[in-house]
Design a protein around this ligand. Structure first.
Ligand SMILES: [Zn+2]
Length: 115
């Protein structure tokens, strides 16, 4: 099995690429080079193969920490401004009837305390 190592530009000293940019770029590389990588894995040799994709994926530096809408399963990660999810906070008014009702009362219990 020849192991294919992908060579991409490193981020500047002390900085990191956006996790989403890297994940999406790597997916594109896998799609483009997947058949060649699989062929190398099945060649029966024991070697390393270093290759540079002809077209580098666009990578932004991570500038914020947050949630990426497309990669929510990753949790909180370092992202560029493009890939950080925007979250709209919706206030709950105490005058909202749904808020005043409280949680549902279990069957068999009466609402309103002791009698
Ligand atoms: Zn990004």
């Amino acid at each position: 099995m020849t192991y294919a190592w992908i060579k991409l530009p490193e981020p500047p000293q002390g900085r990191m690429w956006c996790v989403a940019c890297v994940a999406f770029g790597k997916a594109r590389i896998n799609k483009e080079y997947g058949p060649q990588i699989v062929a190398l894995e099945n060649d029966g040799k024991d070697e390393n193969f270093l290759f540079e994709p002809q077209q580098f994926p666009h990578l932004e530096l991570a500038t914020v920490r947050g949630l990426c809408a497309q990669l929510q399963q990753f949790g909180i990660v370092d992202l560029c401004w493009t890939h950080v999810a925007g979250v709209e906070v919706r206030a709950v008014s105490p005058l909202d009837p749904a808020f005043q009702q409280g949680p549902p009362v279990p069957a068999g219990l009466l609402k309103g305390g002791r009698s």
